[in-house]
Write a protein that binds this ligand. Sequence first.
Ligand code: NDP
Length: 300
Amino acid sequence: MTAKIIDGKAFAATVREKVAVHVARIKKDHGITPGLAVVLVGEDPASQVYVRSKGKMTVEVGMNSYEHKLEIDTKEADLLALIDQLNNDPAVHAILVQLPLPDHLNEDLVINSIDPAKDVDGFHISNVGLLATGQKSMVPCTPLGCLMMLRGQLGSLSGLDAVVIGRSNIVGKPMAQLLIGDSCTVTVAHSRTKDLPDVVRRADIVIAAVGRAEMVPGDWIKKGATVIDVGINRIDAPEKGEGKTRLVGDVDFTSASAVAGAITPVPGGVGPMTIACLLANTVTACCRANGLAEPDDLTV
Ligand code: NDP
């Protein structure tokens, strides 16, 4: 069997097109432009790339982008004051604080100071609770993107066995909640899981969110399973020349794609969907803030 490649880039382009249509409609009918504020503390190169690309795509779909770049030694009180200002700014419908934050800043405190209605990442404790109890919330972007691709590939997920490898607050746990919401039978695996290969072999859906290069080989995958590879790992690539590197996922793509029914590549799978879902969540937040009908094709 050769797996179908789930093209995250194409999927994300479709989501962005839908976002752009909704943005144009909101502007035309209500005179409102959805706005996303991104806060970056420090100069982490990867975070700078993400923030630049988020800002560019926000503008491309017709929304307002507000970037706030703060020095690495920014005091917690000053960051909280900025968030308070953004919470009270009616032009800002969504706020994203780029993680990780420098060590001297309390990440939980900062995230929980964002107005939950503007918490576009869905990390605020209120949104975590709403998602866990099956209520309307802001849904974390990466798991939302994974769910959209799964539904696009499989239609109904009801009754399928799913394993989520990884139990982080930003990927593994919300992913498991979303799969439960779609009536999967969900196993959450982690570093203490006994006989992980056996657990994975039983799954119709495998979500790998670990951060270990190519740790899931093809012989762990059930024939025909759908594999979503969230991992982003940079490894040496001597074949490309001295000192060169390349990105790989948590799944060994070559062996897994010989067994799986469908699989996301890295790069070009989950990554592009994460940013597309950030834009989708911004539109959702804008609609909720203004009492407008929410687009039903941009969320769960
Ligand atoms: P974390 O480091 O927060 O969590 C990793 C999880 O993997 C933990 O629950 C850990 O278990 C588990 N784990 C570690 N080693 C093993 C093992 N040997 N067997 C089974 N489970 C193991 O990572 P994140 O959730 O933040 O990210 C995971 C990956 O996804 C990373 O590569 C990250 O870069 C990528 N990512 C990609 C995004 C995208 O847009 N494509 C967005 C966000 C993340 P335990 O809890 O027991 O320690």
